[in-house]
Design a protein around this ligand. Structure first.
Ligand code: ADP
Length: 587
């Protein structure tokens, strides 16, 4: 948050009229919508959300107990902005981009005290800046002018701010700079620094939004194999307690092929967020062996933090994501959970005595959700690079009831749905993503990529698996009534094949060194092996071999070892040969 560092802001005082939790009204405040204000003697940060005549309504990002009528309100004259520049990665922020570690050292507690402000990026640290343009070069808004090794894994690209008019480079030099020192000047007199500010409620500009055609590879078979997310796509994941939401999200943060991860912990219980704050810094980026935090930025706003800051944390997160997108990176943003975010909106709306919509949520719930997800996408940036933001929003419907407004409105927007299922988790089927309820609308647009980069018949093999699983689902109903043995032999065999699909392919152990990540190639080959078993088994059945004999060949149970097999290419090849010869021997 940048206001604390601005010295030249206009301050027009108003007087507090009333205080109702996070909502404060003030009179005589000269302000515009969305201006950031400092409320009360302690100077609590807030934002103007309504102006009616002389009465201004403010949502305050901090606990307001003890603040009362008559105290002053100062206007900064600026909207809620974030600081952008080197130093954001490896950081943990609250909902208005105050770094938690800085606040902690200032306050001596991990919980924020009131009226404490801190810049979003360190203003004193120096960074090694190497120019990528030369004197005389013509620059436009958004152009990259140099690079900074921000962390072990990420090069920060310093850009001309998006609202600059551009110009020719007058001077630019390599060296060590703080984010506030000038690194380049343009012939227009504009001085360019590494630090930029951007209002969080406004999307950063881009030239064009394109149809995403490349998957965000997650290394998780059920996700990549059946319900892929595109780089630049949107996904929702419901998280009933104990269903594996945390593990699923951590797997995505660790293994997905995004360059940058922005994790917004929004309104979950304090201890859950503490877990994330403690876990993430310990995680290793399996692709580089470096700490995962070197490509991650955490925003933490737990349920015991003020509700208005929870409302803003989503916007803070997506603005940071857009800034990295502008550098040409693929960013994955995880928001956990959008339900708590919507509840924050509901609370503020009810304090404002707005007309409630469904279940007390404001009538603009759908609009706010879609505005947020709209900021995801694959973009052509204004500097000509391409970048993407994939948004994965967790929803936590009370009682797991998907018919409630937040889940319903989210499902209308997102194109991938990974339905975590507590029944599967109870049966220890992990990841507990329910294949009957989940979906991905990206399959068709990603298929050309899969055909070209994995296997020409990838979509067909996947469709085969989907058909078998669907058939199993239908047969299960009959099995429950009359038992498996009452089924015709071919249907019994289908159940056998489906069982291998579930156990050997859909199940994946996040805690096994090898199985934790599965490349798209391995995902495909494992599926092919199960299909080989299926083809050979049905040929044997056609030749008159009883299903019991088919099921009892030695080789088939080896299918369950494919996931953990290190030399998987060889393992799967040998296994296919064994299954084929053992089944052919039966007739
Ligand atoms: P939630 O966050 O939904 O409460 P967790 O993500 O903590 O649930 O998962 C609960 C437990 O389920 C984990 O501790 C782990 O034992 C198991 N689990 C979840 N996902 C997986 C997975 N992909 N592989 C193996 N075990 C898993």
């Amino acid at each position: 948050m940048s206001q604390a560092t601005d010295t030249d802001v206009v301050r027009e005082d108003g007087i507090i009229d009333s205080v109702s939790g996070p909502v404060v009204t003030a009179t005589d405040l000269d302000a515009r919508m969305n201006d950031v204000v400092y409320v009360g003697d302690e100077g609590l940060m807030g934002e103007v959300i309504e102006i009616e005549g002389n009465l201004t309504t403010i949502q305050v990002y901090e606990e307001t107990s003890g603040v009362g009528p008559g105290e002053p309100v100062e206007n900064t004259g600026e909207p809620l902005t974030v600081d952008l520049g080197p130093g954001m990665l490896d950081s943990i922020y609250d909902g208005v981009q105050r770094p938690l570690d800085v606040l902690e050292s200032k306050m001596g507690t991990p919980f924020l005290d009131r009226g404490v402000d801190a810049p979003g990026i360190d203003l004193e640290a120096t960074w090694e800046f190497t120019p990528t343009v030369s004197e005389g070069d013509e620059l436009e808004a958004g152009d990259v002018i140099g690079e900074v090794p921000e962390t072990e894994s990420i090069t920060h690209r310093v850009m001309v701010p998006p609202d600059s008019e551009g110009g020719a480079v007058d001077s630019i030099e390599a060296g060590e700079f703080t984010v506030e020192e000038t690194v380049a000047t343009l012939d227009t007199g504009e001085e360019i620094r590494m630090r930029q500010e951007w209002p969080v409620r406004e999307a950063r500009p881009a030239v064009d939004k394109e149809t995403p055609t490349v998957p965000l590879v997650s290394g998780q078979r059920i996700q990549d194999g059946l319900f892929p997310l595109a780089k630049g796509g949107t996904a929702a994941i419901p998280g009933p307690f104990g269903s594996g939401k945390t593990v699923t999200q951590q797997q995505l943060a660790k293994w997905s092929d995004a360059d940058i991860v922005v994790y917004v912990g929004c309104g979950e219980r304090g201890n859950e967020m503490t877990e994330v704050i403690e876990d993430f810094p310990e995680l290793e980026d399996p692709q580089t062996g470096k700490p995962l935090m070197s490509r991650t930025c955490l925003i933490a706003n737990t349920s015991n933090m003020p509700v208005a800051a929870r409302e803003s944390c989503i916007y803070t997160g997506i603005t940071l994501a857009e800034y990295f997108r502008d550098m040409g990176y693929d960013v994955a943003l995880m928001a956990d959970s959008t339900s708590r975010w919507a509840e924050a909106m509901r609370e503020i709306s009810s304090r404002l005595e707005e007309m409630p919509g469904e279940e007390g949520y404001p009538a603009y719930l759908a609009a706010s959700l879609s505005e947020f997800y709209e900021r995801a996408g694959k973009f052509e940036n204004i500097n000509g690079t391409e970048g993407s933001i994939s948004v994965i929003g967790a929803v936590s419907p009370p009682g797991g009831d998907f018919s409630e407004p937040v889940t319903q409105n989210t499902l209308r927007i997102v194109k991938t749905f990974w339905a975590l299922d507590s029944d599967l988790a109870e049966k220890r089927h992990f990841p507990s993503i329910n294949w009957n309820e989940s979906y991905s609308l990206y399959r068709d647009q990603l298929d050309p990529w899969y055909r070209e980069n994995v296997a020409e018949d990838y979509p067909e093999v996947r469709q085969w698996a989907i058909d078998v699983l669907d058939e199993e689902d239908e047969l299960q109903e009959i099995v429950q009534l009359v038992g498996k043995d009452a089924l015709p032999e071919d249907q019994q065999l289908t159940l056998e094949v489906a069982r291998y699909l579930r156990e050997a392919w859909l199940q994946q152990n996040a805690f096994h060194d090898t199985d934790t990540f599965c490349s798209p190639e391995k995902t495909y080959r494992m599926l092919q092996a199960i299909r080989t078993f299926s083809d050979e088994a049905f040929s044997a059945l056609d030749a008159g071999v009883p299903v019991e004999e088919i099921s009892s060949i030695d080789a088939a149970p080896q299918l369950n070892r494919m996931g953990v097999a290190e030399e998987w290419e060889e393992f799967i090849g040998d296994l296919e040969d064994d299954m084929e010869s053992q089944l052919r021997e039966l007739y």
